[in-house]
Design a protein around this ligand. Structure first.
Ligand SMILES: Cc1cc2nc3c(=O)[nH]c(=O)nc-3n(C[C@H](O)[C@H](O)[C@H](O)COP(=O)(O)O)c2cc1C
Length: 331
């Protein structure tokens, strides 16, 4: 039995390990390095948060969520829906492919069951919202009302009104979604863009011009893992989303391009496991990062990155990540 952060006992050796790490690094966490970042009217204490779908409120008992900038929920759709057929997740070299399929309780179900548990955590809740038609996003955000500290629009969803390509691969569709959502909320809006786009700059710009406060780059990449023995698809849904370290160089390029195209913050998401991964993204223009796949193996990963950024800044005698990056800059 071990004591967790909230004082409860837990019979899990892994929990003991993470709780011990928490004590070890607590002094660094309290340092005076300013790592705050603004997303519209919302100020995050740290530029690190979980990626959507990779952090459930249960993790609040295991890690000090208050050290993160925010939590991000799994995507909420307009009506209740199930997930994809099993098998839903498989490892591949340097990553994994998931076809969870985003099961959702709809906004009312989310507010009744999951939201109170997110809201009880010590970090702002960014609610991820999805839709399969341009007109589906705004009603969900309206139904969620004031409950989100911010909304992240997951536009990596097939547009069933058109040819089934992702809404987020079409700048005109992004513009329509964001403009409609902007009419129903004054809360900060983040638009989470897909990887497979003709021009990430055009997509990011469309989001900015329609009123988004930030873009998140990017989501997992469509992929199709096969079983080496049978040469049949491993996943019940045949295709899924590739995530983890293998996608980092692809997403680094997209973050670099998006950062040059817009003035609003770019939140990077793709294969971030360590403080150096985060610094790589900051150096190509990201203002904040999200941690997804790494959290499954190491739930403490995002907190370790926050603490690592603070420690590196302290060791270098600088007060911000920007100054830390300037030290690294070629002269
Ligand atoms: C199991 C799993 C579930 C996910 N669910 C969602 C989701 O509900 N909404 C969303 O926008 N992205 C979802 N994602 C994508 C992640 O948020 C993230 O964009 C992607 O995994 C890339 O980051 P990573 O390489 O750090 O994992 C999911 C990813 C995984 C692995």
């Amino acid at each position: 039995m071990v004591a967790l952060l909230d004082g409860t006992a837990h019979p899990d050796a892994r929990a003991a390990f993470f709780a011990a790490a928490s004590d070890d690094l607590a002094a660094t966490a309290l340092s005076a390095v300013d790592m705050s970042v603004r997303i519209g009217s919302l100020t995050l204490n740290a530029p690190v948060m979980p990626a959507s779908g990779c952090f459930g409120p249960d993790l609040g008992a295991l890690i000090p969520v208050g050290e993160l900038g925010a939590t991000v929920t799994k995507t909420v759709f307009g009506s209740a829906r199930g997930g994809n057929p099993v098998h839903r997740l498989t490892e591949v070299p340097a990553g994994m492919v998931n076809s969870v399929g985003i099961p959702s309780h709809g906004p009312a179900g989310y507010l009744a069951t999951l939201h109170p548990r997110y809201a009880a955590l010590d970090a702002p809740t960014i609610i991820s919202v999805g839709g399969h038609r341009i007109g589906e996003y705004a009603p969900v955000v309206a139904a969620l009302g004031e409950h989100g500290a911010a909304y992240e629009l997951n536009v990596s969803c097939p547009n069933l009104d058109r040819d089934g390509t992702d809404i987020g691969s079409d700048p005109a569709a992004i513009r329509e979604v964001v403009a409609a959502v902007r009419l129903v909320t004054g809360k900060p809006l983040i638009v989470k863009l897909p990887v497979l786009v003709a021009s990430i700059a055009a997509c990011a710009l469309a989001a900015e011009e329609a009123g988004a406060d930030a873009v998140c780059v990017a989501n997992s990449i469509p992929a199709m893992p096969l079983d080496a023995q049978t040469r049949r698809p491993i996943l019940g849904n045949v295709i899924g989303g590739l995530s983890g370290p293998s996608i980092k160089p692809i997403v680094l390029r997209l973050v670099w391009l998006a950062s040059r195209a817009v003035q609003i913050p770019v939140i990077a998401c793709g294969g971030i496991e360590t403080v150096d991964d985060a610094l790589d993204y900051f150096s190509v223009g990201a203002s904040a990062v999200q941690v997804g796949t790494a959290s499954f193996g190491r739930p403490f990963a995002a907190v370790e990155i926050v603490r690592g950024l603070r420690r590196r800044s302290l060791d270098a005698g600088v007060g911000s990540i920007r100054e830390l990056l300037d030290l690294d800059a070629p002269r």
